[in-house]
Design a protein around this ligand. Structure first.
Ligand SMILES: N[C@@H](CCCCC(O)O)C(=O)O
Ligand SMILES: [Mn+2]
Ligand SMILES: [Mn+2]
Ligand SMILES: [Mn+2]
Length: 308
């Protein structure tokens, strides 16, 4: 069994100078390859893609969307990288970088596994359209592009692997904009917020999410994990933290349970930030350490690490 690691040092989908582009290197520095080899994976490290070389000289906003050309070029490149690993029967593991990258990773997965389903673990729905976004940050929009409801946006013509609404389920939502709530309702998308996690427990929530998108457990699974799904006390070093999140164990249970299905083909570990202390004095080394190590631990659980 082989896993292809795709390093994506990218921050163009958001506007904070919080060092989310330094996430991939940090995850690698903390021993990811050795840890996966320990779990008997063959590891092909794709390297840290030189995504900043894709930055166009001019990149005017399109409506409110910021850096649209940069984000679309990077996502298309990432889509091809994911595709190349999946085509060679590897599990694709993408390290972010901001969550706009998931437009690329999920497109790549769908091009190789058109019947794949998507589990989106996040405090946010990331389903704003170019019309509904307030921030203009494309890390808040990837799902609308994947669903084909973003409309025609110059530069995004390459996005043509459409995800159907009954193939995505959310876990961990607690900071969803009114416009996004409308879209979720209109499309009947299965969304398990922290309210459902409290009410049913994470075990039942994961089972219901999988029942919704993968009833026979026959479809390949793409897991897109935004570390801000975890409570900020668990993963403090991230760009858009929101209180009242998943515990350390709830986050791990999701990954363990998804591994157990045997269907996992593609994993994203996104929004791990490594800020500059001068710019963000309130995020210290221990908080970066906590966030990087929880990201690594979640990845290991996706790839078969068990407690017993
Ligand atoms: N919904 C907000 C926050 C998005 C957070 C993105 C993260 O989940 O990848 C926005 O659209 O700016
Ligand atoms: Mn490659
Ligand atoms: Mn996200
Ligand atoms: Mn988020």
């Amino acid at each position: 069994k082989k896993v292809g690691i795709i390093g994506c040092p990218f921050n163009g989908g958001q506007h904070r100078n919080i060092g989310v582009e330094k996430g991939p290197k940090k995850l690698m520095e903390f021993g990811l390859i050795e840890q996966l080899e320990e779990l008997e994976w063959g590891v092909e490290f794709d390297g840290h893609h030189k995504l900043n070389e894709l930055r166009p000289a001019e990149d005017p906003n399109i409506g409110k969307l910021k850096k649209p050309l940069y984000v679309s070029r990077v996502a298309e490149t990432v889509s091809k990288a994911v595709e190349s690993h999946l085509k060679r029967k590897q599990v694709a593991l993408t390290l972010g970088g901001d969550h706009s990258l998931a437009l690329g990773t999920v497109s790549g997965t769908l091009s190789v596994y058109p019947d794949a389903c998507l589990i989106w673990v996040d405090a946010h729905a990331d389903i704003n359209t170019p019309e509904t976004t307030k921030s203009g940050n494309l890390h808040g929009c990837p799902v609308s592009f994947l669903l084909g409801i973003a409309g025609k946006v110059p530069g995004f013509e390459w996005v043509n692997k459409i995800l159907s609404p009954d193939r995505i389920a959310y876990i961990g939502l607690r900071d969803v904009e009114t416009s996004e709530k409308k879209i979720l309702k209109q499309l009947g998308i299965k969304a398990f917020s922290m309210h459902e996690v409290d009410k049913y427990g994470i075990g039942k929530v994961v089972e219901m999410a999988l029942d919704a998108v993968n009833p026979g457990r026959t479809r390949p699974i793409h897991l897109s994990f935004d570390v801000d799904a975890l409570d900020p006390t668990v993963a403090p070093s991230t760009g858009t933290p929101v209180r009242g999140g998943l515990t350390f164990r709830e986050g791990h249970y999701i990954c363990e349970a998804i591994h157990e299905t045997g269907c996992l083909v593609s994993v994203d570990m996104m929004e791990v930030a490594v800020p500059d202390h001068e710019i963000y004095p309130d995020i210290d080394d221990s908080q970066v350490f906590a966030t990087v190590t929880v990201g690594l631990s979640l990845i290991r659980c996706c790839l078969g690490e068990t407690l017993l």
